[in-house]
Design a protein around this ligand. Structure first.
Ligand SMILES: NC(=O)c1ccc[n+]([C@@H]2O[C@H](COP(=O)([O-])OP(=O)(O)OC[C@H]3O[C@@H](n4cnc5c(N)ncnc54)[C@H](OP(=O)(O)O)[C@@H]3O)[C@@H](O)[C@H]2O)c1
Length: 315
C-alpha cells in the first residue's frame, strides 16, 4: 500500500478535480500492473493498472489508495465493475471514498461479487497524499501551502522592500519545484508592485507546469492575473501556493487557511527590515501552541528549509 500511495503522488496536482489515486496489482507475489490517476482525472488508477496487467489481473490482489468508484460516468468506466470483470480475488483499500456517489458502495459491490475486501490500510498516509482533494471534499476550500523566505531574524525584505535575494540558488530551485507541484500561486498586491514576479517554473523540462497566477487585492488584477478578494473566496483550485508578502501571508494565517508552511531560512541578518508577518489576530500566546508540527527539515546549500504542517482533526 505504501508503494500505491507513492504512485498516487504522481497524479498530484494534474488529476484535479479528481482525487490522485494509486493502484498496484499483485499476482502470485509479482507486481503485474501499476497505475495512478491521469491528468484531468481520467483514466483512473485502477483502469491504468488493469490495462497494464491484462490477463494477469485474474486472481490478483489490488492495492488501491482510495475506495474504487462505484458510479457510472460518461468520462470513463466504473472501477468497481472493471475490477469485478477482470476477476481480481482481493481488493485492499486505504481510505473509504467520502464522495456520496461511492462512499461504501464500491466496497459493498466488490463483496457482493465474492471479492475479499480489506479496509483501512495506511488510511492516514493515503489521506495525506490526497490532502488537496480531501480538503475540498470536506471543507470546500483549497489545500494551502505558505512559502516564506526569511533571514535569521525573521525578515522577508529590507526596510526599503528589497528582497532579492534572501536565499541562495538551491533554495530558490526548490521553490520552483514547489511551484510545479501546485495548481495556482497567489501573491499580494504589494509583492506584485515591489517585485513584478513572473511566478513561473524555471526548471528544465518543467516549464509547462507553471501554475495559474492569483493576486490578493481589493482592486482589479492586471492581464494574466486573477483577482482574489480574500482567502475565503478562492474557487476551482485544490492546491494553492501562497508566496507572500507579509500582508497576504498574514491574511491567510489569520483566516486559518494555511495547511503547510515552507520556511526557507538564510544565514543572514537584516536588522531593521520587514517582518515576515503582521497581525494574525492572536489573542493569547497559549493559542499559538499545538498548531504546527515539523514534518521535514533539510539544508539547501547554506539555507535551511523547515516544513511545518497544520495540526488538524480528521486529516
Ligand atoms: N522573502 C519572501 O518570502 C517574500 C515573498 C514575497 C514578498 N516579499 C516582500 O514583501 C514585500 C511586500 O509585502 P506586503 O505585505 O507589502 O504586500 P503583500 O502581502 O504582497 O500585499 C499586500 C496587499 O494585498 C492586498 N490585500 C487584499 N486583501 C488583503 C487582505 N485580506 N489582507 C492583506 N492584504 C490584502 C492589499 O492590496 P490592495 O490595496 O490592492 O487591496 C495589500 O496592500 C515586498 O518587499 C516583497 O519584496 C518577500
Amino acid at each position: 500500500m505504501a508503494a500505491a500511495i507513492a504512485l498516487s503522488l504522481r497524479g498530484r496536482p494534474a488529476s484535479a478535480p479528481n482525487p490522485n489515486v494509486g493502484c498496484i496489482l499483485v499476482n502470485a507475489g509479482r507486481v503485474v500492473g501499476r497505475g495512478w490517476t491521469q491528468a484531468g482525472g481520467r483514466p483512473h488508477a485502477e483502469a491504468m493498472a488493469l490495462v497494464a496487467a491484462g490477463d494477469a489481473a485474474r486472481d490478483a490482489t489490488a492495492y488501491v489508495s482510495l475506495e474504487p468508484c462505484a458510479h457510472a460516468s460518461p468520462r470513463g468506466p466504473c472501477c468497481t465493475d472493471a475490477l469485478i470483470a477482470a476477476g481480481v480475488a482481493r481488493v485492499v483499500i486505504a481510505a473509504q471514498d467520502p464522495d456520496a456517489r461511492t462512499n461504501g458502495q464500491g466496497i459493498a459491490r466488490l463483496r457482493d461479487a465474492g471479492i475479499e475486501v480489506v479496509l483501512n490500510i495506511l488510511a492516514p498516509e493515503a489521506r495525506a497524499a490526497m490532502a488537496p482533494w480531501w480538503t475540498r471534499q470536506g471543507q470546500g476550500r483549497p489545500f494551502v501551502t505558505l512559502k516564506l523566505a526569511t533571514s535569521l531574524d525573521g525578515c522577508i525584505a529590507r526596510a526599503d522592500g528589497a528582497s532579492r535575494w534572501i536565499t541562495g540558488a538551491r533554495a530558490r530551485a526548490h521553490g520552483h519545484l514547489e511551484r510545479a507541484r501546485h495548481q495556482a500561486i497567489l501573491v499580494g498586491r504589494g509583492t506584485l508592485e515591489a517585485d513584478s514576479p513572473a511566478l513561473d517554473v524555471r526548471l528544465p523540462g518543467l516549464e509547462d507546469r507553471s501554475p495559474q497566477r492569483l493576486l490578493l487585492t481589493h482592486g482589479v488584477a492586471p492581464a494574466g492575473w486573477t483577482a482574489i478578494a480574500s482567502p475565503e473566496s478562492i474557487v476551482g483550485v485544490d492546491l494553492l501556493l501562497v508566496e507572500g508578502g507579509a500582508g497576504a501571508a498574514s491574511a491567510f494565517l489569520a483566516a486559518d487557511r494555511v495547511d503547510r508552511l515552507l520556511l526557507y531560512r538564510a544565514p543572514i541578518v537584516i536588522g531593521a527590515g520587514r517582518a515576515a508577518l503582521g497581525d494574525i489576530g492572536l489573542a493569547d500566546l497559549a493559542d499559538a501552541h499545538g498548531r504546527w508540527r515539523l514534518a521535514d527539515s533539510r539544508l539547501l546549500g547554506s539555507d535551511r528549509l523547515d516544513v511545518y504542517e497544520r495540526v488538524r482533526e480528521g486529516l
